[in-house]
Design a protein around this ligand. Structure first.
Ligand code: ADP
Ligand code: ZN
Length: 719
């Protein structure tokens, strides 16, 4: 298949205009019938790599995924794009499962998602034999390896699938960075001629920052204020902390829920769902939260406590910004947090303890970096792809100026020498600052001439200078758990001479909290069309509720931003926005176009340009036309056809006319009486009035449209 053809399929089915890095090569390989191992960071766009070939080759592509909770969302997202997808897992009753199987056998299913445990069942394998199976995609493929962090014994059964269907190409996908696990995946699955596609691990849209733990609460409020209502995760140390923080945030106007392993399963599930659906924007959580959170628009991941290791930190922050939009990862670092972790490590023994100590040490090192944080993180995973500076971490972003540090450097080096070159930088700084600490008194360091001789720097500032002196080679830092500092030969030489010393230091932030908030508000106001974006979000929310799917199934944030920026008012123009394909245009287009038109009209009348006629459909006018046609006795289908809109949109018009107090007769539109009664009964017994559960209860022979029409009448209390 040519590049042009695959690109056409990409637009046709997913609404995207170009591939993300790596996707095209992976897709071509699959289309050539070859095995592939795909290693891509979270949010890199792995799913598309098998979804697109599945559409191009026809038949059935089997997708194995361990995340049962996500299957329905994934399938809903595909369906919203007009792609026939189904899932089979333990949440389906037998009857529904049998229906899905029959549909797959009849060739009506392109992508079939299943949980790995099903593959181990002999009945299921026989069923697979009756399908036109074209490809097997194995998501989270690292689960097959005992070396990985998430081994699942069920994944071992997948090797047998290979024996049963040796001719079917396999695509194994993972975000795991270690080479050992990658090799294990290929070995276990016996993917002999397997091509490997390993993308860099950089997530360029994430900004990494470390901030002092001392002002953590105030800074957290700032961060949330700047991103009011946007999804955020705050990782905390203990279960108690998550609950305290959630309560405190909520009382400060930032609605937050707590999540930890000590809550019962129902609460955990509902918190997770409310977060994914956007009902609660912030979750304060222990690290128990995250696996299986496939929410594309998390804008902020905060570590209110020190993570266990660089690996877990990178994984946890990786949950931010999957949609590729700018997102922040902020870690609050307290020297005290280190002690907390150390306390637990002391309980460990042997190798585990050594590992935990090393990991903690690396984490602390990361926090204290005065060089690019991204470079450090990627270097940890053996990815040297980022040039220094990355331009998107606090260190790189900090404005620097050359500062004369001669005097304070002399004091620092002297203090290191006077204390015997046996202590860490923290202790030396405490001595210089003249802090009244037990340890200092015991060592009698308060009697030294260097005690309390620094007044023009705080602890943080002194640490930066220490780092600078280490970088310049005037100080040396020992390796190991307690890195003591000593003065190098060139340090002594400099101390004896009278050369000046200048360091490039970050300009100190001197703005106050209010100033920062004000500045950020100004930014939002300046941001063109933030209003429109909010309106589009509201429409998305409503449509998602009506269909009982998470908001991102309708459109991602990136697409809403694209809509807000380009403001299409015709279907053709809307189709040019990334993320809008024909299926979604037909399904949701008119609702969004109406909002955009309304917004533009509002702008024009405010600026006095268009008091008269405009050539765009006004929302009110559009509803009026629908009503007129209805009163002429036309069916929903006929009105939709005549107006070039979807039937769902026509029903939505009726709902809004009704809500605005309009009168019309729905009865000719209702399904036959027995069906109407069944739907009414289901609606009456529904707890929250959401349509999804009602639809699920009624099954396939009642459509959303029918249910909504019945609801129109029933809500009115007329029948
Ligand atoms: P992964 O499984 O690698 O974590 P996903 O497959 O969930 O990532 O994709 C992450 C996000 O990127 C999704 O919102 C997806 O729709 C979007 N995406 C994938 N491919 C493209 C593309 N070519 N253009 C724009 N967005 C894309
Ligand atoms: Zn950087």
């Amino acid at each position: 298949m040519t590049t042009t053809n695959i690109l056409a399929l990409l637009k046709q089915h997913f609404g995207y205009d170009e591939f993300r890095p790596g996707q095209e090569a992976i897709i071509s390989n699959a289309l050539a019938g070859q095995h592939g191992l795909v290693v891509m960071p979270t949010g890199g766009g792995k799913s598309l790599c098998y979804q697109l070939p599945a559409l191009a080759t026809g038949g059935v592509t089997l997708v194995i995924s361990p995340l049962i909770a996500l299957m329905k969302d994934q399938v809903d997202a595909l369906r919203a794009n007009g792609i026939s997808a189904e899932f089979l897992n333990s949440t389906l009753d037998n009857r529904t499962a049998a229906q899905v199987e029959r549909r797959a056998q009849a060739g009506g299913v392109r992508l079939l998602y299943v949980a790995p445990e099903r593959v181990a069942m002999s009945g299921f394998r026989r069923f697979l034999g009756t399908l036109d199976l074209r490809m097997i995609a194995i998501d989270e493929a690292h689960c097959i390896s005992e070396w990985g962090h998430d081994f699942r014994p069920d994944y071992r059964a997948l090797a047998e699938l290979r024996e049963l269907f040796p001719q079917v190409p396999v695509m194994a996908l993972t975000a795991t960075a270690t080479e050992r696990v990658r090799r294990d995946i290929v070995d276990q699955l016996r993917l002999d001629d397997c091509r490997r596609f390993v993308s860099g691990f950089d997530r360029p849209n994430l900004t990494y920052r470390v901030e002092p733990g001392a002002g953590a609460w105030e800074s957290l409020l700032d961060l949330l204020e700047e991103r009011k209502g946007q999804p955020a995760i705050v990782y905390c140390f203990s279960r108690r902390d998550t609950e305290d923080l959630a309560a405190r945030l909520t009382s400060h106007g930032h609605e937050a829920a707590a999540y930890h392993a000590g809550l019962n399963a129902d609460t955990r599930r509902s918190t997770q769902e409310r977060f994914i659906d956007g009902d609660v924007p912030i979750v304060a959580a222990t690290i128990a939260f995250g696996m299986g959170i496939d929410k594309p628009n998390i804008r902020l991941v905060v570590h209110y406590t020190l993570p266990k290791s660089i690996e877990s930190y990178y994984q946890e922050t990786g949950r931010a910004g999957r949609d590729g939009l700018p997102s922040d990862c902020v870690l609050f670092f307290n020297e005290g947090d280190r002690a907390k972790q150390q306390y637990f490590i002391q309980e460990m023994t042997g190798d585990a303890r050594a590992t935990a100590e090393r990991q903690l040490q690396q984490m602390v090192e990361y926090c204290r970096l005065s060089t690019c944080r991204r470079k450090y993180l990627l270097g940890y995973f053996g990815d040297s792809g980022v040039g220094d500076p990355c331009g998107n971490c606090d260190v790189c972003l900090a404005e620097r100026q050359s500062v004369d540090v001669t005097v304070v450097a002399q004091k620092l080096l002297s203090a290191v020498i006077r204390t015997g070159e046996r202590f860490g930088a923290a202790h030396v700084c405490d001595v210089l600052l003249g802090r009244n600490l037990k340890r200092i008194r015991e060592l009698e360091h308060n009697k030294l001439s260097v005690f309390g001789i620094v007044e023009d720097y705080d602890r943080h500032g002194l640490r930066r200078i220490t780092d600078g002196l280490v970088e310049r080679g005037l100080l040396a830092k020992a390796d190991g758990q307690y890195p003591t500092v000593s003065v190098t030969e060139s340090g002594r030489k400099w101390l004896r001479g009278n050369d000046k010393l200048k360091l490039e230091l970050p300009v100190q932030k001197t703005t106050t909290r209010t100033e920062r908030v004000r500045a950020s508000n100004a930014r939002t106001d300046d941001a063109p069309d933030a209003d429109l974006f909010d309106q589009l979000r509201a429409v998305r929310r409503r449509l998602a509720d009506e269909e009982n799917v998470p908001a991102f199934v309708v459109f991602g944030d990136a697409t809403l931003k694209g809509l807000a920026a380009s403001k299409p008012v015709t279907p053709e123009a809307m189709l040019r926005v990334s993320g809008v394909g024909p299926a979604k245009l037909a399904r949701y287009g008119e609702e969004f176009l109406a909002v955009i038109s309304g917004y533009i009209d509002g702008l024009q009348s405010r600026s006095g340009k268009a008091d008269g006629v405009t050539d765009r459909p006004r929302p009110g006018g559009s509803h009026g036309q629908t009503l007129l046609l209805l009163q002429q006795g036309m069916s929903i289908a006929a009105i939709a056809a005549q107006r070039g809109l979807t039937r769902g949109t026509i029903v939505a018009h009726l709902e809004r006319i009704k809500a605005a107090g309009g009168e019309f007769d729905v009865s000719p539109l209702l399904p036959p009486p027995d069906k109407t009664n069944r739907i009414r009964a289901a609606l009456t017994s529904s707890e929250d009035g959401r349509l999804g559960p009602v639809k699920e209860k009624l099954g396939d022979d009642c459509s959303y449209e029918e249910i909504r029409l019945v609801r129109l009448v029933w809500e009115d209390g007329k029948q």
